[in-house]
Ligand binder design. Structure first.
Ligand code: EPU
Length: 416
């Protein structure tokens, strides 16, 4: 299995271009199921998770061509409405085909995603929403089976704000009969990106980006072309890499407005930032001051950046309390960061990080994408060599990470 070797201690310097957003591209690709016309998607990152959803649609009968960062997707001849266990178990986001399949074909059979490394992550709210829209749902042999002659508009209120739950029901509602009102929805930029693509294809959606989305069902959706927005978490991760190494890093082709909470945290930690319409520069010439961080749904501090900011805080001056409010088990990076010399205590959903002078490099591994990213962040500043195992997690969410970091001056190689 591949591993990544980092020799820490280099100050990262220079510019790095941000790729398309994984968590936008996934629902956008799933939404191509909603019409028979072709969709042409650009700025689609080359990632393992994107290959998985591509494979999932292909095994249902879709024809997909990739050229560079562009995907041509044609779902006209889809013949199966099933998402099999073999694919869903490798990527939970496969559940995003549920809404579009029921909306277009009146049926879907999708393997129930189990828990994963970061939490139990049920899909009860996706299912309850579809039931409110008139679907019959059965859980059989580990699969959720949904049937509805035609989905009907409904008023649906989410007890918890859920990103893929909002996306699934928004996709289900665009070609349902009548009006659907989704309350207490996720406001994440990825939800807005999906809504923009659906609107471009003829959907009638209002309120995406606020806590209530109103969808007027239309008879059919057309195809269309669309450019996936930049990945805010990839951008935040490279800013963390610049910060921890005392460097000067500019992330280009990003949307700074999507990173307000991350930027506020970096500034509170004493880092200088310069923001233009599509770039962010972080200058870390005065060390890092410990700050407290609390993850929250957007526009709060993203849970997908919690592990990386914790890595930065391991060498901060003082004590930082990091609170995880979204997932119940998203501290799997903590034991690994401790193996690198970090001083972190866990109490329920709090991590208390006391900054240390330096981190010694060590062999480490993690069982989740962002946890693995935090080990890269820590490895960049650690003394000597850090060996990161199970890097297939990184390949799920970071495009050409070693190449981009090398370009910034990091000493990092992938070993087969
Ligand atoms: N939840 C329920 N019931 C549901 C759905 C969610 O109880 O039916 C709970 C979850 O267990 C969790 C909370 O609601 O405690 C929020 O989870 P959410 O549904 O928003 O997460 P998700 O949609 O499964 C997406 C991202 C994650 C990201 C979260 C939170 C995609 C494909 N995934 O997951 O991204 O952490 O939102 O922002 O969009 C990653 O990229 O590394 C990643 C894990």
């Amino acid at each position: 299995m591949d591993k990544v070797l980092i020799t820490g201690g280099r100050k990262l310097q220079g510019e790095v271009e941000i790729s398309g957003a994984k968590n936008s591209a996934l629902p956008i690709i799933a939404s191509t199921i909603l019409s028979v016309d072709e969709c042409v998607l650009s700025n689609v990152p080359l990632l393992k998770d994107i290959q998985t959803i591509k494979k999932l649609l292909e095994c249902m009968g879709a024809r997909i061509k990739r050229e560079g960062d562009t995907l041509d997707v044609n779902t006209k001849d889809l013949k199966s409405c099933e998402a099999p266990y073999e694919l869903v178990k490798t990527m939970r986001a496969s559940v995003l085909v549920l809404g579009p399949l029921v909306a277009r074909f009146g049926e879907a059979r999708v393997s129930l995603p189990g828990g994963c490394a970061i939490g139990t992550r049920p899909i009860n709210l996706h299912i309850a929403g579809l039931q409110k829209m008139g679907a019959e749902v059965e859980i059989k042999h580990g699969y959720v089976e949904v049937r509805a002659k035609r989905l009907k508009g409904a008023k649906i209120y989410f007890d918890i704000s859920t990103v893929t739950g909002t996306e699934n029901l928004m996709m289900a509602a665009v070609i349902a009969d009548g009006v659907t009102v989704l309350g207490n929805v996720a406001c994440e930029p990825e939800v807005v990106d999906l809504a923009n693509f659906l609107t471009k294809r003829g959907a009638r959606i209002r309120g995406a980006g606020t806590d209530t989305i109103i969808i007027e069902g239309v008879a059919r959706l057309s195809g269309g072309s669309y450019e996936v927005m930049p990945d805010r978490i990839e951008a935040g991760t490279y800013l963390a890499c610049g910060a921890i190494t005392g460097g000067d890093v500019t992330v280009k082709r990003c949307i700074p407005a999507h990173l307000e909470a991350v930027l506020a945290t970096l500034r509170a930690a004493g880092l200088k930032t310069e923001v233009t319409s599509d770039s962010i520069r972080v200058i870390a010439d005065n060390g890092i001051t410990a700050v407290d961080v609390r993850t929250m749904p957007y526009p709060g501090f993203p849970t997908d950046m919690q592990a990386q900011i914790m890595a930065v805080m391991t060498i901060g001056r003082g004590l930082s309390v990091i609170t995880e409010t979204i997932f119940e088990n998203r501290f799997i990076h903590v034991p690994e960061l401790r193996r690198m010399g970090a001083n972190i205590k866990l109490q329920g959903n709090y991590a208390i990080v006391e900054g240390v002078q330096n981190l010694p490099g060590a062999p480490v591994m993690a069982t989740d994408l962002r946890a693995s990213a935090s080990l890269v962040v820590a490895g960049l500043v650690a003394e000597g060599k850090t060996e990161i195992h199970r890097i297939y997690h990184l390949d799920r969410g970071y495009e050409r990470m070693e190449e981009k970091l090398s370009q910034l001056g990091a000493e990092i190689v992938r070993v087969k």
